[in-house]
Design a protein around this ligand. Structure first.
Ligand SMILES: *Cc1c(COP(=O)(O)O)cnc(C)c1O
Length: 387
């Protein structure tokens, strides 16, 4: 899935720079904020677009002893990909799981999140076929509304789950997911946590007791809500997770200048010719476009790049493969490196600012970074931003 760095990438048109050390330090910060909890980093969507392999390796070295409980993913295929990369620890797949994937999940040694009785029965059947006990965590819906056993009636459905599991399944734990833990007001999250606590208290004694609820924001703001595990995602990848949380940046988005041109007043740029030079201007074409995941709407929303320590505005529309910036008055050459997200030469375009301009969240910007961009693993602090 993620592209590893190769010789050829060093001359790439555009790339994503990823700092595994910063990821590791963000993970340690979450661990410090939730002292009693073990870590279940969410590495779904190939680690939010940044490449799971190098980052779980960084996680292994970042935490003491058995503090790293396992890795969390959103699909069986993502679990299989982690196995192919060599991860032999636990993998929890978040539900719901499509009906045809249980046998594959068993073969890959995955632990499943299950969110209804049909799923418990399907997983039990997979265990029977595999000839060994398989583990699961029950998701309880406390307000997300997308999956999960109901928070009410846990005594009754808990008995049904135990019946369906029989000797075939090991019920390891229960979890819920918060919808608003990154909002200034934590009251809705506290209410979800209380619903979760009540449901768990109603479950039969044989139900799994490894409890977890906290995403990044909840882990950082309420010490993981007392769970045995915390499931951080966005904060590890450099995205803020609610008020007052400041991760280290982990990703930078860079692109090369592939053309510089001095234009005359009235010359136009891009589809729709939406921008015309107001005087004698100098334009630089950057080798990155919406086909790489640079959101097309960014150009019309004040989008900028950093070039030689200066902020230069995008002009016209972003094309699939290129973006043009106004570099009037600057010395710019083909091959120079522009930064679309991240730090360069003491300046910074934050991930948050790009997401805000695009009317979206940092998660969507990161996971939208396309497969055409090589992921290059390096320390962002080393200043080696020009491969
Ligand atoms: C994605 C996800 C997380 C991580 O959430 P962040 O807001 O990125 O920290 C945690 N738990 C579940 C179930 C998720 O799907």
């Amino acid at each position: 899935m993620s592209n590893q760095q190769t010789e050829a990438d060093l001359m790439s048109r555009a790339w994503v720079e990823v700092d595994p050390g910063a990821f590791a330090r963000n993970l340690q910060a979450v661990s410090r904020a939730a002292p009693g909890a073990r870590l279940l980093p969410m590495v779904k969507a190939d680690a939010y677009g940044l490449g799971a392999g190098p980052l779980w390796r960084a996680a292994q070295g970042a935490l003491p002893g058995d503090a790293l409980w396992g890795l969390g993913v959103a699909s069986v295929g993502e679990g299989e990909a982690l196995r192919a990369q060599g991860w032999s620890g636990r993998i929890l797949v978040c539900p719901p799981i499509p009906p045809g994937e249980y046998a594959r999940a068993a073969a890959a040694g995955l632990t499943l999140g299950l969110s209804d009785l049909t799923a418990v029965r399907a997983w039990a059947e997979a265990a029977r076929a595999a000839g060994r006990r398989l583990g699961f965590h029950a998701e309880i819906d406390t307000g997300m509304g997308r999956a999960g056993f109901p928070a009410e009636g846990a005594a009754a459905w808990g008995r049904q789950v135990l019946d369906a599991a029989g000797d075939l399944l090991e019920w390891e734990g229960c979890f819920t997911h918060f919808h608003s833990a990154d909002e200034p007001d934590l009251a809705p999250t506290d209410a979800q946590a209380e619903r979760f606590r009540r449901a768990v208290a109603e479950l039969p004694p044989a139900a799994g007791r490894l409890l977890h609820s906290a995403n990044s924001a909840a882990a950082l703001r309420r010490a993981g809500y007392g769970g045995a595990l915390v499931r951080p995602g966005i904060f590890l990848y450099g995205g803020a997770a609610g008020p007052g949380t400041a991760p280290e940046p982990v990703a930078a988005l860079r692109a090369r200048v592939v053309r510089v041109r001095d234009v005359r007043p009235g010359d136009t740029v891009g589809y729709g010719a939406t921008y015309a030079a107001r005087g004698a201007e100098r334009w630089a074409t950057l080798a990155i476009g919406y086909g790489d995941g640079l959101p097309r709407r960014l150009a019309g929303a004040g989008g900028e790049a950093l070039l030689h320590g200066r902020r230069v505005p995008m002009i016209g529309r972003i094309s699939m493969d290129v973006t043009v910036v106004d570099v009037t008055g600057m010395q710019v050459a083909t091959g120079d490196v522009a930064t679309l997200v991240g730090r360069a030469d003491g300046a910074e375009i934050t991930l948050e600012s790009v997401a805000r301009r695009c009317g979206t969240i940092t998660y969507e910007i990161l996971t939208g970074l396309g497969p055409r961009l090589p992921r290059v693993y390096a320390s962002l602090n080393a200043g080696s931003t020009h491969p």
